[in-house]
Design a protein around this ligand. Structure first.
Ligand code: FE2
Length: 282
């Protein structure tokens, strides 16, 4: 059993997106293809509604999946298929844009004006970029949480832990998405496919990762791991909470044009041309 070591250690960085939403970018455009099959992750934590209320008005997606996980506050979602819904309080939405969807995502704070949520973008292989769009909308109550012997809590959005399977299923890149809280003075081990991409993003507390605590974790630390059979996270005096995400690398060329990610520039240009001409939605 080889314990994965940190390959890259980053901190999320402030940026602006949508119609003027201040957020923290965990990784993105300039990191391709390091996180393959993942393209981008954003951290929407904010205490000031003026910094997020303008939201993400109508925009298209093609060739990717967007995964929204809301812990506090909410996001109202509407799309070109007539779907509408609100994500909040631990809900997850795994949206496969496939050949095309046009949607808007409008954040709202909780009673104190706070927002706590994350959006991950996963790539689709050439064979599935033009698949039919689909959603897996999972309310918080349907997300299992297991507690290990030492009190580690694991919410399983996707993947499996100790034989318990998360509700998001049949995703092309065979991902796992776990929300893990390790109590103080404890250790958590999680097996991984040897050559899958695995990263974690710390959302609170302090801890370590690596076989011998080589890498320190504090809030907003991003760790991309080397290949290996398991990840290990350990704590001393504080608990640590992190999102642990893995997937099977796609290893194809990436042509990225804003919300549209294809294999070639021509495919991206065609998508924008179709969007302008009104033939984007099939
Ligand atoms: Fe979007």
């Amino acid at each position: 059993m080889e314990t994965r070591k940190a390959k890259r250690i980053l901190m999320s960085k402030p940026t602006m997106e949508g119609a003027g939403v201040h957020l923290k970018r965990v990784f993105g455009y300039y990191d391709v293809p390091m996180f393959d099959p993942f393209l981008m992750m954003d951290d929407f934590r904010n205490d000031d509604p003026q910094k997020y209320l303008r939201g993400f008005p109508w925009h298209p997606h093609r060739g990717i999946e967007t995964i929204t996980y809301m812990l506090d506050g909410s996001v109202e979602h509407r799309d070109s298929l007539g779907n509408t819904g609100v994500l909040s309080g631990g809900d997850v939405q795994w949206m496969t844009a496939g050949r095309g969807i046009v949607h808007q995502e409008m954040p709202r704070g909780n009673a104190e004006g706070k927002m706590l949520g994350f959006q991950l973008w996963a790539n689709l292989p050439a064979s599935h970029k033009m698949m039919s769009p689909r959603y897996q909308d999972i309310p918080s109550q349907q997300i299992p949480e297991i507690v290990t012997d030492n009190g580690t809590r694991v919410r399983i959005l996707c993947g499996s832990v100790n034989g318990v399977q998360g509700p998001v299923k049949d995703i092309i890149i065979d991902p796992e998405y776990l929300d893990v809280t390790v109590p103080a003075n404890s250790e958590y081990l999680h097996p991984t496919h040897r050559d899958y991409t695995v990263f974690l993003y710390t959302i609170g507390g302090n801890g370590y990762t690596g076989a011998e605590n080589e890498t320190a974790l504090s809030n907003e630390t991003v760790v991309l791991f080397e290949d290996g059979d398991q990840v290990r996270i350990a704590t001393e005096g504080d608990p640590v909470r992190f999102l642990l995400i893995s997937g099977k690398p796609i290893r194809e060329p990436v042509a990225w044009g804003g919300p549209i990610v294809m294999n070639t520039r021509e495919e991206v240009q065609q998508a924008f041309r179709e969007y302008e001409e009104g033939s984007f939605l099939k």
